[in-house]
Design a protein around this ligand. Structure first.
Ligand code: ADP
Ligand code: MG
Length: 344
C-alpha cells in the first residue's frame, strides 16, 4: 500500500454538523439543546436555551464534546465541503483513495450534506465539480477520466442505484485481493449538472420503508464511488494511476428499540446496526493505527471499504444532529459515537 499524503495531521477527521431547526420543529415549539462554543467544542445542554421554559429542571450537567471541526446551524454547504472533503480531492487526483461518511439518525441532515439541492449542492456534487475543474487544466499532458458508480446496501443486499436491477454480489480478486461489486454500472460523467441529476434519480431508487420514527426513514447506505484514472505515456508503455473517492450516505443510526420496529423492520434495524457497529470498529482501529486487527468481513459495507479503511487512506466522518430537544437521545448517542471514533 502507498504512503499517505503528508499534508494532513491525521488519517481520520471527525466533524459534526448541526442542522437548523426545521419549520415544523419551530411550529411544534421545539427548543435547542445544543450550543456550538467554537470550531471544536459542542455543548449538549441539560436545560433549554429558551429562557421561558422553566419546566425543564437540571437533572444532569451540561456535557461538552470535542471534535476536529464543528459546523453550526448557519454553516454553508461550501464551508462544510471545503473543511471536510476538498483536501481529499488532491489526494485522489494523485492516485490515492479517500472516504467521506455522513453519519447520524434519520432526519439529521445526512442527505442534505452529501447531495443537497441544485441551488445548494452537497459534498458529492462539489467534490466532482472540483475534480472536473482539475481536468480543464490544458497544461496537463496526462489523460484523465472520471467515472462514478452509485449503489445502496439494504439488509446486506447490494443494488445499483444508477441502473437498477437485482441484487449484486461482492467478488474478491483472488490475486490482488481487491473487492468489487460484480455487474455494477460505471458512468463516465462530464458536468456537475449531470452528477446532480444522476444522484437525485439514484436516491429515488433507494429503499425507503416507513417506520414509527419517520415515514421516509432511510434504512439503506448509499455509496458513491468516484474513480479517477490518469494515464501518462511513460517510455514505451502507458502508466495508469487510479485514485478513488468513496462518499457514503449512511443509513439512519437510530436504534431499533427507539423506532419501535417490529418484524421485518426490526431485522433491518439489526442489519443496519451490524454494519454501523462494524464501521465504528474499523474507524476506531484506524484512529489507533491498528487496522490489521479489524474484521472487515463483518458487513458488506466494511468489506467494500476494506482497502479504504485499512491502508494509509484519508477518512472523514461528518456526524449529523438536530438541535431540537425532541431528539435528545439520538443526539447524545450520535455525539458519543463520533467522539469515540477518535478515541476508544
Ligand atoms: P437524513 O438524510 O439524515 O435523513 P435529510 O438530509 O433528509 O436527513 O434532512 C432532513 C430535513 O432537514 C430535510 O428537509 C433537509 O432539507 C433539511 N436539512 C437538513 N440539513 C439542513 C441544513 N444544513 N440546512 C437546511 N436544511 C437542512
Ligand atoms: Mg437521507
Amino acid at each position: 500500500s502507498h504512503a499517505h499524503s503528508p499534508t494532513y495531521p491525521s488519517l481520520l477527521q471527525v466533524a459534526v454538523r448541526v442542522r437548523p431547526l426545521t419549520n415544523e420543529e419551530r411550529q411544534r415549539g421545539c427548543y435547542r439543546i445544543l450550543e456550538v462554543q467554537d470550531d471544536n467544542m459542542l455543548t449538549l445542554m441539560n436545560q433549554a436555551t429558551d429562557r421561558n421554559d422553566h419546566l425543564r429542571q437540571k437533572r444532569e450537567k451540561d456535557k461538552h464534546f470535542l471534535y476536529d471541526r464543528l459546523h453550526g446551524e448557519d454553516s454553508t454547504q461550501k464551508e462544510v465541503y471545503e473543511d471536510t472533503t476538498k483536501p481529499l480531492v488532491q489526494d485522489v487526483l494523485a492516485g490515492f483513495t479517500a472516504t467521506v461518511f455522513a453519519y447520524g439518525p434519520t432526519g439529521a441532515g445526512k442527505t442534505y450534506t452529501m447531495v443537497g439541492t441544485p441551488e445548494q449542492p452537497g459534498i458529492m456534487v462539489q467534490a466532482l465539480n472540483d475534480l472536473f475543474q482539475c481536468l480543464n487544466d490544458p497544461s496537463k499532458i496526462s489523460k484523465t477520466k472520471i467515472s462514478m458508480s452509485y449503489l445502496e446496501i439494504y439488509n446486506e443486499n447490494i443494488r445499483d442505484l444508477l441502473q437498477p436491477s437485482g441484487t449484486l454480489d461482492l467478488r474478491e480478486d483472488a490475486k490482488t485481493g481487491v473487492i468489487q461489486v460484480a455487474g455494477l454500472s460505471e458512468r463516465e460523467i462530464l458536468t456537475t449538472k449531470e452528477v446532480m441529476r444522476l444522484l437525485t434519480k439514484g436516491n429515488k431508487e433507494r429503499t425507503c420503508e416507513p417506520t414509527a420514527a419517520n415515514k421516509t426513514s432511510s434504512r439503506s447506505h448509499a455509496l458513491l464511488q468516484v474513480n479517477v484514472r490518469k494515464s501518462a505515456i511513460k517510455g514505451v508503455g502507458e502508466e495508469v494511476k487510479v485514485g478513488r473517492l468513496f462518499m457514503v450516505d449512511l443509513a439512519g443510526s437510530e436504534r431499533a428499540k427507539q423506532t419501535q420496529n417490529k418484524g421485518k423492520r426490526l431485522q433491518e434495524g439489526a442489519h443496519i446496526n451490524r454494519s454501523l457497529l462494524a464501521l465504528g470498529n474499523c474507524i476506531n482501529a484506524l484512529a489507533e493505527g491498528q487496522a490489521k486487527f479489524v474484521n472487515f468481513r463483518d458487513s458488506k459495507l466494511t468489506r467494500l471499504l476494506k482497502e479504504a479503511l485499512s491502508g494509509n487512506c484519508r477518512t472523514v466522518m461528518v456526524a449529523h444532529v438536530s438541535p431540537s430537544h425532541h431528539h435528545r437521545e439520538e443526539t447524545r448517542n450520535t455525539l458519543v459515537y463520533a467522539e469515540r471514533a477518535k478515541k476508544i
